[in-house]
Design a binder for this molecule. Structure first.
Ligand SMILES: CC(C)(COP(=O)(O)OP(=O)(O)OC[C@H]1O[C@@H](n2cnc3c(N)ncnc32)[C@H](O)[C@@H]1OP(=O)(O)O)[C@@H](O)C(=O)NCCC(=O)NCCS
Length: 164
């Protein structure tokens, strides 16, 4: 899975990731409640169910990502990516993100991006390790959490083909 070397990452490599379906969507809701200060609405869960292989769920972590088109570009937007606190630093996040990167390469996705709260140093360090860069800062992006500001983190996967 491209998880590299080391004991923790070996453990992460043994974890299998499952798709999200009606029968385990409650598990996804529980993970989100434990991991994120934001509450997600029904559309989020409908999108997660519709996102096919991009969404991956396991006993200790989750990864919903949503395919969307923006200005003609085919992008992947990572809605949430989280690992429960006791399991962090073991390479699980790496495994989840590599899953999205691999699928994006195969499906000729142009760019992956996400929003992250400006004080989330762990997540920012995590994504930067994979070549993501801060492309924008949005003030007052979040309504009920502090700080309310977010960074947009992006990584270009492939350049669109030039028009003939
Ligand atoms: C961000 C998150 C997903 C990382 O998951 P993880 O399983 O701990 O990550 P990994 O073990 O695969 O770490 C990969 C790399 O990320 C970086 N990293 C991860 N956690 C870090 C931390 N706390 N501080 C600094 N760097 C960190 C390191 O470079 C690490 O590589 P290394 O172990 O060789 O040093 C996890 O911290 C998390 O779930 N946070 C809460 C939810 C969240 O904020 N998600 C992001 C917004 S969508």
């Amino acid at each position: 899975m491209g998880a590299g070397e080391g004991g923790g990452e070996m453990a992460a490599a043994a974890i299998s990731l499952d798709g999200v379906r009606d029968k385990n969507v409650m598990q996804l809701k529980k993970f989100n409640t434990a991991l994120f200060p934001v509450r997600y609405n029904d559309k989020y869960y409908a999108d997660a169910l519709a996102s096919g292989d991009f969404t991956r769920l396991g006993p200790s972590r989750l990864l919903p990502a949503l395919d969307l088109k923006e200005g003609g570009a085919i992008c992947v937007y990572i809605m949430t990516l989280g690992v429960l606190a006791p399991y962090r630093g073991l390479g699980v996040g790496t495994k989840l993100l590599n899953h999205v990167l691999d699928l994006s390469h195969k499906q000729n996705i142009w760019e992956i991006y996400l929003h992250v709260q400006t004080n989330n140093d762990d997540a920012i360090a995590f994504y930067k390790k994979f070549g993501f860069e801060i492309t924008d800062t949005i003030r007052n992006y979040y309504m009920n959490i502090s700080p309310p500001d977010c960074y947009v983190l992006g990584k270009v996967i492939a350049q669109p083909h030039a028009k003939k």
